[in-house]
Design a protein around this ligand. Structure first.
Ligand SMILES: Nc1nc2c(c(=O)[nH]1)N[C@H]1C(S)=C(S)[C@@H](COP(=O)(O)O)O[C@H]1N2
Ligand SMILES: [Mo]
Length: 318
């Protein structure tokens, strides 16, 4: 059933025809010319996307780390998801994650830190926000280009002052038994836990995302905040984070526990190391039907991150 809410109304329905067509012509011109964004960053033309009309995020700066590739449409980013707590089909999260309770929400940051602290989501939304247009490459060999809004993880880390014993960071996502049907099934060992080496976590490309396409995150994409690590397979980016622990030992991640033969701790995007059951050489850019694109080493972020793995055998540490 579809109920027409105010944000579903097309501009053509509320704007006088002449104004509307003038604007359309302008947008076409802008699209052809490519527009220079507020921060002086050249960005590709972006179509006005029909979003869910969630609360907008203001004061969002542009980032020099954004890719200039065409964006994946909002409808695909929000209807083709992996969020196993809500089911394993791609459309389950869009269907069921509406139930997730995202207020009140707290994020505990603890472990090997001088100043452990619990943040309310309102505090986290006050961090200086940036738009980061990143490629997301799923281990299942599909990809998207997503205009995230968030802030660098290292900003949060600095506030809690990690000690010299902090060698890794463990990211623990929420378990809400009454809203998440999936956590009653033995798909993964809940909660969904992911981990990064401390230098990976502190890298400027690693962000905590709170929004996309100018609005707060839809629940299916990991509201109210989720990790995004663009040079790693999508599953490293845990959704709906509840707890972050700085630790001395490499964390056991949910996917390693489920199948360590197929999902390693590092999980850097790597076209030269195949998944045991399929090739990682190519990828399918949603909504394409075929995997026509070559997958890039470190998902195209090698210039920034390759040095983190200098001297490591990436076939062994996959
Ligand atoms: N808590 C949680 N986080 C998760 C997942 C999940 O099942 N549960 N799936 C991961 C996988 S496999 C991918 S590809 C990305 C997908 O993010 P998106 O749906 O926002 O594109 O989220 C990751 N984060
Ligand atoms: Mo994934």
């Amino acid at each position: 059933m579809i109920i027409k809410r105010p944000h579903d109304i097309q501009p053509s329905e509320i704007t006088p025809r002449g104004v509307y067509e003038g604007r359309r012509r302008f947008m076409k011109l802008a699209a052809a010319a490519s527009v220079l964004g507020a921060g002086g960053v050249l960005e590709p033309a972006r179509a006005q996307e029909k979003t869910l009309g969630l609360p907008k995020l203001g004061n969002v700066a542009k980032s020099r780390f954004s890719t200039a590739e065409p964006l994946t449409a909002y409808k695909h980013i929000t209807r083709y998801n992996n969020y196993y707590e809500f089911g394993t089909d791609k459309d389950d999260p869009a269907e069921y994650a509406g139930r997730l309770k995202v207020r009140p929400w707290t994020l505990a940051v603890e472990g090997e830190v001088a100043k452990p602290r619990t943040f309310g989501i309102e505090e986290l939304l006050k961090f200086p926000l940036e738009e980061r247009i990143y490629r997301l490459r799923c281990v299942e060999a599909w990809s998207m280009v997503i205009p995230w809004i968030g802030f660098e993880f290292n900003r949060l880390a600095k506030l809690v002052e990690p000690t010299s014993k902090a060698k890794f960071v463990e990211f623990v996502t929420a378990v809400q038994p009454d809203t998440m049907p999936g956590v009653h099934l033995p798909v993964l060992d809940w909660p969904y836990v992911e981990g990064l080496r401390i230098d990976e976590a502190m890298h400027p490309l690693t962000i905590l995302a709170v929004g996309l396409y100018g609005e707060v995150l839809p629940n299916q994409n990991g509201a109210p905040l989720r990790l995004v690590v663009p040079w790693k397979y999508g599953f490293k980016s845990g959704k709906s984070l509840a707890r972050i622990r700085f630790v001395g030992e490499q964390p056991k991640t949910a996917w390693e526990k489920a199948n360590s033969h197929e999902y390693g701790f590092y999980s850097n995007v790597n076209p030269n190391v195949d998944h045991p059951r399929w090739s990682q050489k190519r990828e399918r850019r949603i909504p394409d039907l075929f995997a026509r694109r070559e997958t890039l080493m470190f998902n195209g972020y090698g210039e920034q991150v390759a040095s983190l793995y200098a001297g490591m055998d990436l076939k062994k540490f996959f």
